[in-house]
Design a protein around this ligand. Structure first.
Ligand SMILES: [Zn+2]
Length: 317
């Protein structure tokens, strides 16, 4: 079958201003790489609409959604924190990004595609229920997980986040629940934004044991990540037996990335992507939805995405 693909030129219209690392050129670089490698010809592009707000409201508070809309309307430069830069169109584009991700969950669940890659921005994994953080407006992946549980009636969804930053938003949204397993590998919180994601954060109440944080010391590369996957990530996934797997695919653990200090190579990203997609093959009929998060060096970002897409396409054949 196929790998579904979500991209929209409007995603480049979320204008974060001059010098901002989370910039439209990130998506242009990805688009170009998928074209020059002709990988795009093998992908199944999906048509999609802005998400129904009812899905966004299941994850985010009304007050935040209204505040974001107002800030965009008033052409304010940012929402909540200076790094979450916005333009008048940003709320609509964030809603369109969610729509794209939800369209891939439908395609995968209705067996119209085996798996999917979403080239979206703004990213989502730092967005909290009630506020923006770290360039993220709506929790794309969190909303997709909720949608899989509610609309597609799954009972267990896993999210693995290999972006170099802790996926605090996704963690906090689900940390008291056992129907979403959240696993985040990231540079150690004592050394990197957002300063959360310690090993001791394992979920709370009913959710205890359904959050796994794997903080890694700065400088670590492919070998360190491979060990973390073999020792922690993959056993936890196998124990949980998810019915679908979402990857928060950030590529800022790359050696060249300007925002962090890990040293993952293109081979390393391929290794991680492949390990997850192989696990999904064993556990959940290969249902994988990979969703772009960070990655701020354009070459390293394009390399990481290319490797991920190659692995997705291979698994879909
Ligand atoms: Zn990141």
């Amino acid at each position: 079958m196929t790998t579904a693909y979500v991209y929209h030129d409007d995603f480049t219209k979320h204008d974060t201003g001059r010098g901002h690392p989370e910039r439209p050129d990130r998506l242009r670089a990805i688009k170009k790489r998928l074209e020059t490698t002709k990988l795009v010809e093998q992908l199944e592009p999906l048509k999609f609409e802005p998400a129904d707000m009812k899905w966004i409201k299941r994850i985010h508070d009304d007050a935040y959604i209204e505040r974001l809309a107002r800030a965009c309307k008033n052409d304010e430069p940012f929402i909540d924190a200076a790094d979450s830069a916005i333009c008048p169109k940003s709320a609509d584009i964030a809603r369109l990004a969610v729509g794209g991700v939800l369209a891939t969950t439908d395609a995968v669940m209705k067996s119209k595609a085996d798996n999917a890659f979403c080239a979206v921005r703004p990213p989502g994994h730092h967005a909290e229920r009630d506020r923006s953080m770290g360039f993220c407006l709506y929790g794309n992946v969190a909303i997709a997980a909720e949608y899989l549980l509610v609309e597609h009636k799954l009972e267990r969804v896993a999210v693995v986040d290999y972006d170099v930053h802790h996926g605090n938003g996704t963690q906090h949204i689900f940390e008291e629940r056992d129907d979403v397993l959240f696993i985040s590998l990231h540079q150690h919180p004592k050394t990197l934004y957002p300063g959360t994601g310690f090993e001791r954060e394992v979920g709370r109440g009913k959710g205890e044991g359904y959050t796994l944080n794997v903080p890694l010391m700065p400088g670590g590369g492919d070998t360190v990540y491979k060990r973390a996957f073999d020792d922690k990530v993959l056993p936890k996934l196998r124990d949980y037996k998810p019915q679908a797997l979402i990857i928060s695919a950030g590529f800022d653990a790359a050696k060249a990335d300007p925002l962090a200090q890990m040293t993952v190579s293109a081979d390393g990203f391929e290794q991680m992507s492949k390990a997850l997609i192989d696990a999904a093959d064993d556990l959940c009929q290969g249902r994988v939805i990979a969703c772009l998060e960070g990655g701020y060096d354009l070459d390293a970002l394009s390399d990481g995405v290319e490797r991920l897409v190659r692995v997705l396409l291979k698994a879909a054949k």
